[in-house]
Design a protein around this ligand. Sequence first.
Ligand code: FAD
Length: 385
Amino acid sequence: MRPLDVLDLDDDLAPEELEVRERVAAWAAERVAPRIAGLFERAEWDRSLARELGALGVLGMHLEGHGCPGGSAVQYGLACTELEAVDSGLRTFVSVQGSLAMSAIHRWGSDEQRARWLPEMAAGEAVGCFGLTEPTAGSDPSSMLTTARREGGGWVLDGAKRWIGMGSIADVAVIWAQTEDGVRGFLVERGAPGFTTEDIVDKLSLRASLQSELRFDGVRLPDDALLPGAEGLRGPFTSLSEARYGIVWGVTGAARDCLERALRHAGGREQFGRPIAGFQLTQQKVAEMAVALGKAQLLALRLGRLKDAGRLRPEQISIGKLDNVRTAQEIARTARTVLGGEGVRAEHAIMRHMANLEAVATYEGTAEVHTLILGAALTGERAFT
Ligand SMILES: Cc1cc2nc3c(=O)[nH]c(=O)nc-3n(C[C@H](O)[C@H](O)[C@H](O)COP(=O)(O)OP(=O)(O)OC[C@H]3O[C@@H](n4cnc5c(N)ncnc54)[C@H](O)[C@@H]3O)c2cc1C
């Protein structure tokens, strides 16, 4: 039995899917794994990784045209898994850049906007961010206070966004704002007068990543800063679905790394004169973790195949986001116990995964929000308010 693939799902992957997985895993193992504990401890995001991720072909991976790699949804999912097996912060960068910022420009932008930004973003030469959440509008983005009003042939943007991944380093920010025609999206370039940022520095989760507050104080935008195709909250929600899909896969990587470390430790650590792997209670833990991981991997692959077939529905993504994240959290907690005292050390990564998964459980819709999305799909009744 393959302990990290108990359902033999690898046998269902095509050669070009396995190739992506091996390539991304090899890059992450060589370029990031050896220094991720230090990056996390120092709360650093290494800007140079953007270009390397671009060269790896994982930025906007399943988008077509304008320099985007044009891969499949399953290939993208496998890449997310391998990145998050090293650190959720790495996968978060790829999600923010590709699934949120690039997908919004790709889907809702003009030809000029696509040509201006997508090739550079796919190469990792330009960084994007996606600003939906505000200090007083999280789970309920319809309550956003940021406004864009028409003035003199352009727009004036006022308001604030909070928790925005890569916000302070982004060359272009996709910003959602209330207008007299409802919610619309705008491209705001770094350095625009009145646009300031401040990083959120006291995070205990996703420390090897960057989140910021963005403020807009009378920021003047040209007419063509508007994303012409997006009207209403459907605009940002479409990108959120893309990012949630990547999370469904990504967290299986963090969980797999935890299980792998627990198995390794259990085989080598002796107590009461024998490896702790030989105790029934340890075996129950690894058996439960392997079953849970296998089901999470199966769910991710099923959603990936549905997405590649053009049949994936938002509430199905909610099943994956809801269940795979909480499964990964449970696996991380159990794996930690197998390592005993060693399990709380940074060197063993499990506590880092555990801390990261707290943020992953909250962003892109909390467990409560995904439960309500499913509840609405099942009953026809919306229970959000
Ligand atoms: C590390 C990190 C990165 C992020 N990156 C981005 C980003 O790049 N761009 C972006 O726009 N946003 C980003 N976010 C914001 C994220 O999407 C929000 O934090 C999330 O949507 C929850 O909003 P909130 O934090 O305001 O919590 P709240 O909405 O205030 O929720 C607090 C609690 O109340 C619960 N709750 C809310 N409404 C209901 C309800 N109707 N019924 C039951 N329970 C409810 C929630 O589930 C939660 O448990 C990021 C957040 C984090 C932590």
